[in-house]
Design a protein around this ligand. Sequence first.
Ligand code: NAD
Length: 297
Amino acid sequence: MAKVAFIGLGNMGGPMAINLIKAGHDVTVFDLSVAALSQLKAEGAVVASSAADAVNGAEFILSMLPAAKHVLGLYLGEQGIVNQINKDALVIDCSTIDAQSARKLGDALAQQGIAFIDAPVSGGVGGAKAGTLTFIVGGSEQDFERAKTVLAHMGKNLFHAGAMGAGQVAKICNNMLLSILMVGTSEALQMGIDNGLDPKVLSDIMLKSSGRNWTLELYNPCPDVLPNVPSSNGYQGGFMVDLMVKDLGLALEAALQSGSSTPLGALARNMYVSHQRAGNGKLDFSSIFNAFDKSVG
Ligand code: NAD
């Protein structure tokens, strides 16, 4: 079992770190949130007093932070930990950030002789808790193979998307599609409700029809259709609207750079930005359903 440092113990990072502990790894954690640290301590983690302290002697360093500024700040900022990391360690950043920032970090680590992969995830908080995440890795084949020592205890599907940054490109393509599916599913369910249908019956019908998709099946945005999803829990937990807006911004930037046409991604981004500006940034992204519900607002 490996000596692992885990930094960023939020909705995703917390349960991911817990799965590493359960698998028998020696896990040292750090987060800015005291509550997150206490929770991990109760699960058997060693709590570090700083990020620099956490990475001391670690073979694998995992980070799961909100956005690129946090990731670049952690490793390369004023108090950056790049000089505290063992030369033979592998850094695995699982945050969703832009490919350019991932490459910038990988290049800076490489200059110090430290290996790096970008390894964003799909599967949500449910997947993080169950250890069934999909990891989408950018980096060398050798580092991808090495990372399996820890990734296999947090995820079920491990993909090597290509060179450094490729994991992030694949991830934002996925999340752009996810946002479009969430908006479309919400729109269809509300139209059914407006026309007298029970959303559960409509969901069952569409799940056996051509409208079937991940959001309808596993993350239904209409309250009380599924148990144990954010929509049935006041849209708490899960994947925040703020983070979806961030990812759709990354998708837009990537599309501008590559000259790609993404009209539905742009529409979904505008809908999520409006939803965020209406005060819903901290709610789960399935709360976009409320944008269609006449009884809300
Ligand atoms: P979150 O906001 O719940 O957690 C982020 C954690 O990072 C917080 O606990 C925060 O205190 C900590 N943090 C921030 N800056 C720090 C620093 N400098 N040092 C130490 N800790 C720091 O976010 P999340 O939902 O866990 O998402 C994390 C990443 O995973 C994001 O990039 C997101 O886009 C991606 N992601 C989220 C989901 C999801 O369903 N929530 C799914 C896939 C990918």
